[in-house]
Design a protein around this ligand. Structure first.
Ligand code: ACM
Length: 666
């Protein structure tokens, strides 16, 4: 039988291969007991055979007249990356070729996905290369400890998606999670806390406990555990990158060794003292053991969100700044990063850090992981540094993936699969000379609000599937409509293998009204602002409140306008309806999510005028401001009957900032 089919779009493989060509020949039918041959070094052969055993078990045989061949060779037509491969499906034999074990392994992942949807494989030639050399997933095992079995299970899942880096966030205030032989106190004390969840720990005052204390919650990876993870990952061509936080996010270390902070107080000190040589002695001793365990070329040193508070008044920090000619505390942070970079470089490793490592001057060989937007990564790339893109708005898998009221509480944001998938880490507008410095993309799972393993998987998948395709598939071949059903199928197959994924079949989507503009009397009418909006959240500027476009679940979605506190009057706008009009309704909706300081107003006043000078109050709505969990919305409105040309809408708040998307007049 002859098969012919459209190029690429129909093959059930994710990430979608770069080049798929149908061949006018009979299909290959996977025999009942296929014969497999692997011509590659023993280590690689074992790794590839392990996948075959996993999927086909007793069905397959090793033999000399193979039906499925894996061949490592010096060069393969069209393969331009060390991780690339070709996969030829001919009527009698399937042949994978690559120049490395990783390439053959990726050919195997493609083949196992093809076979998963049926034993009849249409004849085709696939030539595939990754778009980016670094395709990562970050797991935060500090906020809630996750053990080696959990980590290995996730490594197994993402290896199938051709992810090649797993970044472990091992240390943070909520717990130190790696055994360090020289400092057993770190895992006898700083890995254990009072309070099961991160929230309970916060509520109970962020205290640590000794591991044998009653009620101690926590855990850590022994060095043997970590080595087992590294090996398990290497067998799947994944490099494990350890992250050891410095100079901040280090409350747990300072609680263990108070002499490492500026104040020597046990509690409340996030930053190491950069003036104190003991800090460098500690960090280098820790890194010495970390480098022994983790062969990764990149070593992540955190570097984010240093408070730098105590440095300003610390005699040792001031002496350091004086001696080194440092102008400010940013340069003091940069001093630490430079020094640690020199140390890592002297051991043949590269420093990788969050984009704050650029503050005060970027260390000469450092790689920047861009999380506060994309600017840090782009600036790093423009100055000839490697950049890994993981901007919060697309790659932070701790954001909500569906309508917040339907989901377990998340730390914030609404970031469905489609938003993640829409991310392009290498913008077209960049110069050709800059683009190659953007080396990767990474999905980050921060776990403050994610206390269980099941919840972590729920947040990871299917969104990690999108990250994998972003990192692998050429931008011009990516297509949301084609991707979504593949993601549905993969997540379904993962559930069968025991993963607790989010089920896209139940997706609710964005806030009702987001997709359909609302018609009302004020639509398109001019709005005058007595108090300007917050310039960080301009939305559509002075047309926002009457453009008919309702906001979604996120105040960052460009539909919500932000208002800061100015003279205690945060929203004060007047709409000109252009002529005196009968009105029966005026309303504006606000949101509350107190984590980032977004509050419903305390008082809303709606008034009207026929001449724009004398206003008559229609209603005053008082609202008691209360801290609430999660995300909520409230419409502040008036109904009745009035005649007016001008409608004035005032909203005050004693707390935080306010967000408003539209003022509806009927
Ligand atoms: C980060 O999210 N603080 C890197």
């Amino acid at each position: 039988m002859l098969f012919s089919f459209l190029l690429s779009a129909v093959i059930p493989v994710t990430p979608m291969p770069a080049d798929v060509r149908s061949v006018d020949a009979d299909a290959f039918v996977m025999p009942e007991h296929p014969v497999l041959s692997i011509q590659a070094p023993a280590t690689d052969s074992v790794r590839i055979a392990a996948c075959a055993v996993d999927d086909w078990g007793a069905r397959f045989n090793i033999g000399t007249k193979p039906q499925v061949r894996f061949v490592m060779t010096d060069s393969v037509a069209g393969v331009v990356s060390p991780e690339g491969y070709s996969l030829q499906i001919a009527p009698d034999v399937v042949t994978a070729r690559a120049v490395s074990g990783a390439g053959l392994f990726y050919a195997m992942q493609t083949l196992r996905q093809l076979v998963a949807s049926g034993d009849t494989l249409p004849a085709m030639d696939i030539v595939d290369n990754p778009r980016l050399p670094y395709r990562g997933m970050m797991l935060d095992i500090s906020r809630h400890f996750r053990d080696k079995e959990f980590i290995k299970k996730q490594i197994d899942a993402v290896a199938r998606l051709k992810i090649n880096r797993v970044h472990l966030h091992l240390t943070d205030a909520a717990g130190w999670r790696l055994e360090i032989k020289k400092y057993p106190e770190l895992t006898d004390f700083a890995a254990w806390r009072q309070g099961n969840t991160w929230k309970e720990w916060n509520a109970q005052g962020n205290k640590y406990l000794h591991r044998d204390d009653p009620g101690a919650v926590g855990g850590f990876l022994t060095q043997d555990d970590a080595r087992e993870i590294v090996k398990y990952a290497a067998d799947r061509y994944i490099t494990v990158i350890p992250e050891i936080e410095m100079p901040s996010h280090s409350e747990e270390v300072n609680a263990t060794f108070p002499q490492l902070s500026c104040t020597h107080e046990q509690y409340g000190q996030p930053d190491f003292c950069v003036g104190n040589e003991l800090t460098f002695e500690f960090l280098q001793n820790v890194l010495d053991e970390v480098l022994e365990i983790f062969p990764s070329a990149d070593i992540h040193i955190g570097g984010d969100e240093a408070s730098k508070r105590a440095w300003k008044d610390c005699a040792l920090c001031k002496a350091r700044m004086e001696a080194e000619g440092l102008e400010n505390v940013d340069e003091l942070q940069s001093y630490l990063i430079h020094r640690i970079e020199q140390y890592l470089n002297s051991k043949g490793r590269n420093l990788l850090g969050w984009d704050e490592i650029m503050e005060g001057g970027l260390a000469p060989n450092a790689t920047v992981m861009s999380w506060r937007g994309i600017e840090g990564g782009i600036r790093a790339a423009q100055s000839g540094h490697r950049a890994i893109m993981s901007p919060g708005a697309y790659c932070y898998l701790d954001n909500y993936q569906d309508a917040p009221p339907t989901q377990p509480e998340a730390i914030g944001g609404y970031m469905p699969l489609k938003t993640v998938y829409s991310y392009n880490p290498v913008p077209d507008t960049l110069d050709a000379s800059v683009k190659p410095w953007i080396q990767g993309v990474q999905g980050n799972l921060w776990c403050e609000y994610i206390p269980t393993a099941e919840h972590a998987e729920y947040m990871l998948y299917p969104r990690m599937i999108a990250i994998a395709e972003i990192g692998w598939t050429p931008q011009e071949k990516r297509d949301w409509d084609d991707f979504r059903p593949r993601a549905v199928a993969i997540a379904g197959a993962m559930r069968e293998r025991g993963y607790n994924t989010f089920d896209l079949n139940t997706e609710h989507g964005n806030k009702p009204g987001f997709d359909t503009p609302v018609e009302h009397l004020a639509r398109g009418k001019k709005v005058t602002y007595a108090v300007p909006w917050w310039n960080r959240y301009t939305a559509g500027a002075d047309t926002t409140l009457t453009d008919g476009l309702r906001g979604g679940w996120n105040y960052t979605d460009g539909r919500w306008q932000g208002f800061l506190n100015r003279a205690d009057q945060r929203v004060d706008v007047t709409i000109d309806l252009e002529k005196v009009t009968d009105i029966s309704y005026v309303g504006g909706e606000f949101m509350q999510i107190i984590g980032p300081g977004v509050w419903l107003p305390q008082r809303v006043e709606i008034s009207v005028s026929t001449d724009g000078k004398k206003f008559k109050t229609l209603t005053v709505i008082n609202h008691e401001q209360k801290a609430t969990e999660g995300l909520s919305f409230k419409m502040f409105d008036w109904q009745g009957s009035a005649r007016a040309r001008y409608v004035r809408f005032i909203a005050n708040s004693a707390e935080g900032c306010q967000f408003l998307d539209e003022i509806i007049v009927r």
